[in-house]
Design a protein around this ligand. Structure first.
Ligand SMILES: N[C@@H](CCC(=O)N[C@@H](CS)C(=O)NCC(=O)O)C(=O)O
Length: 228
């Protein structure tokens, strides 16, 4: 078997990294994954600010380039261009979309507001408390109370943007699902997963049936893993 043309730099534990590996798996693009955490030497070797992920493109048109592409939304655009099918884009009429750009609006909102609210506010402190083993459940709940209140509001705003059933944009699986899923899979793995509404739980059950989701689950919080 030939060496994959793409390497993704980032631990499976990283939610932004998983958005990309979900798409690569869904589109059947072979890749190698280098498991490292943010701000590690490996991360800095590939990203000026030590963030995850970086997609290393080894060849373009048969020529070795080893180009390092950073920023998840830029990587998503590249993947769409080299492998347009199966499409992860939407058209007007998919879910609540009136124009195509509402897909990227959703993706950007999830990255800019969802990531800090879910990961920094709730999941990371909860996992640190579980691993530390010193705080009681009620002490943790007290500590993260403001973050939980913020997250509740954010989840209901996210749900507002979603179609009433199916994927984020109804019948069309899209990048919106692949950006939201890693965050909510982490949330579901901690006690604050109780914040997920029936609509979000149904959506997660639908997502869990995808082969790409199954293929990218090892190494994530949802199976009790820790980085890298
Ligand atoms: N804007 C970046 C954000 C990526 C990001 O925040 N990745 C996380 C890992 S999931 C990270 O590297 N965080 C390091 C930090 O916050 O210092 C992108 O879209 O790729």
């Amino acid at each position: 078997m030939s060496t994959p043309l793409y390497t993704i730099i980032g631990t499976p534990f990283s939610t932004f990294t998983r958005s990309i590996t979900l798409a690569l798996a869904h589109k059947g693009i072979p890749f190698t994954q280098v498991r490292c955490v943010p701000h590690s030497d490996k991360a800095y070797d590939n990203h000026p600010f030590g963030f995850l992920p970086t997609l290393v493109i080894h060849e373009i048109d048969g020529k070795t380039v080893n180009l390092k592409l950073r920023e998840t939304s830029a990587i998503a655009r590249y993947i769409d261009r080299i492998a347009p099918q199966p499409s992860l884009l939407i058209s007007p009429g998919h879910g609540k979309a009136i124009i195509e750009e509402q897909l990227w609006e959703f993706v950007s909102l999830v990255g800019a507001h969802g990531f800090p609210a879910v990961e920094k506010g709730v999941v990371k402190p909860r996992v640190a408390a579980i691993d530390g083993g010193k705080l009681t459940d009620s002490a943790v709940r007290e500590q993260i109370k403001p973050a939980v209140e913020h997250l509740k509001r954010l989840l209901s705003q996210v749900e507002e943007l979603m179609a009433d059933e199916g994927y984020v944009f109804g019948s069309q699986l899209s990048w919106a699902d692949f950006f939201l899923f890693p965050l909510l899979a982490d949330l579901k793995a901690v006690p604050e997963g109780e914040l997920l509404s029936p609509r979000l739980v149904n959506w997660m059950e639908k997502m869990n049936k995808l082969e790409a989701v199954k293929a990218t689950t090892p190494g994530t919080l949802s199976v009790g893993a820790r980085p890298p």
